[in-house]
Design a protein around this ligand. Structure first.
Ligand code: ZN
Length: 320
């Protein structure tokens, strides 16, 4: 059985549930998805079980789940999701009960980090930091080849480091969290502010003259056209991103930083300034090996693929 078994990987995000059947080498064998009933915990669980039943075969040995929020990996309970209504959701026991399969639950950025380490941009390294820049900022740490979960599974909630006391309000209840200043949401906000301040701005024109509609997509488009305001927004968000990463590298000493999430469609518009400020802000840059800051390779698939790989790894440990 060892070496041939597969696992189901399920990524539960705020808008969509992705479910894959995944082979040991990370290959996605089959896939399905459904919208997340985000305001209904029971239906969220039921949808996860339905997708798993749809993809399940006799080769499936375990289920891995990556969920957005603070996941207690010791008992598979999602304790708190800052941007969603979920509180104390007993994912592991419910899914295990419905499917009769071992079930491992982690934070979705943790599972994505593990996937990038095993099969993506972190391949070949033992110490990997993943930073996902989407609506918010998530993170995952692989230390010496193992996912670093902390005491409960709450490690690497990096988006909620306060970098500007009294700054913009965050979904977690605090002000000035890193994710409010360097994420896709921050780029959206800066774009709206810039468009509001200038009636003739490119951003405003791209959004059909509707200020409320200005988003990161328009900022990216304007920056690609060489618009200086949009380039300044990326310079600012990238600087904040790079400074935050420098702080994390000072703490964790990874060999590589993989940057994923929706905002990396902007590519070097964001990563360029992030690299520059990172290398400036990290401690003793001339006295340490250069830490590459690279784009993630697995895109939206990473969360579910990593969840499946972690479920198989956990199974191996239990059976050893
Ligand atoms: Zn926060």
């Amino acid at each position: 059985m060892a070496g041939t078994g597969e696992a189901l990987g399920i990524d539960v995000g705020g808008t969509k549930i992705n479910a894959f059947r995944v082979a040991r080498d990370g290959t996605i064998v089959d896939r399905s998805d459904a919208p997340t009933p985000a305001d209904d915990e029971e239906r969220t669980l039921a949808t996860m079980v339905e997708l798993a039943q749809e993809l399940r075969t006799p080769d499936v040995l375990a289920v891995g789940i990556g969920a957005a929020g603070m996941v207690d990996a010791t008992d598979g309970v999602l304790r708190f999701a800052p941007n969603l209504a979920w509180r104390d959701l007993s994912i592991a026991s419910r899914v295990r009960g419905a499917l009769g399969l071992p079930c491992q639950v982690d934070n979705d950025a943790n599972t994505a980090a593990y996937a990038e380490y095993r099969f993506g941009a972190g391949r070949g390294y033992r110490h990997v930091l993943l930073v996902t820049v989407g609506t918010g900022i998530g993170g995952g740490i692989v230390s010496d080849g193992r996912l670093f979960r902390g005491a409960n599974g709450f490690a690497a909630e990096i988006g909620h480091i306060i970098v500007e006391p009294g700054g913009p309000l965050c979904g977690c209840g605090n002000r000035g969290c890193w994710e409010q200043l360097a994420s896709g949401r921050a780029i959206d906000r800066m774009g709206r502010e810039a468009a509001g301040a200038d009636e003739g701005s490119t951003l405003r024109r791209l959004a059909g003259d509707d200020l409320e509609q200005v988003s990161g997509r328009h900022v990216t488009e304007a920056a690609r056209q060489g618009d200086e305001v949009a380039l300044r927004i990326f310079a600012e968000a990238g600087r904040r991103l790079g400074e935050g990463i420098a702080g994390l590298v000072n703490v964790l000493d990874p060999q590589v930083v993989v940057v994923g999430g929706g905002a990396i469609v902007a590519g070097d518009l964001l990563l360029g300034p992030a690299r520059a400020s990172f290398h400036e802000a990290v401690e003793g840059p001339e006295y340490r090996p250069r830490v590459p800051l690279v784009a993630a390779e697995l895109g939206n698939d990473a969360g579910a693929v990593g969840a499946a790989a972690l479920a198989l790894e956990e199974l191996g440990r239990v059976m050893a």
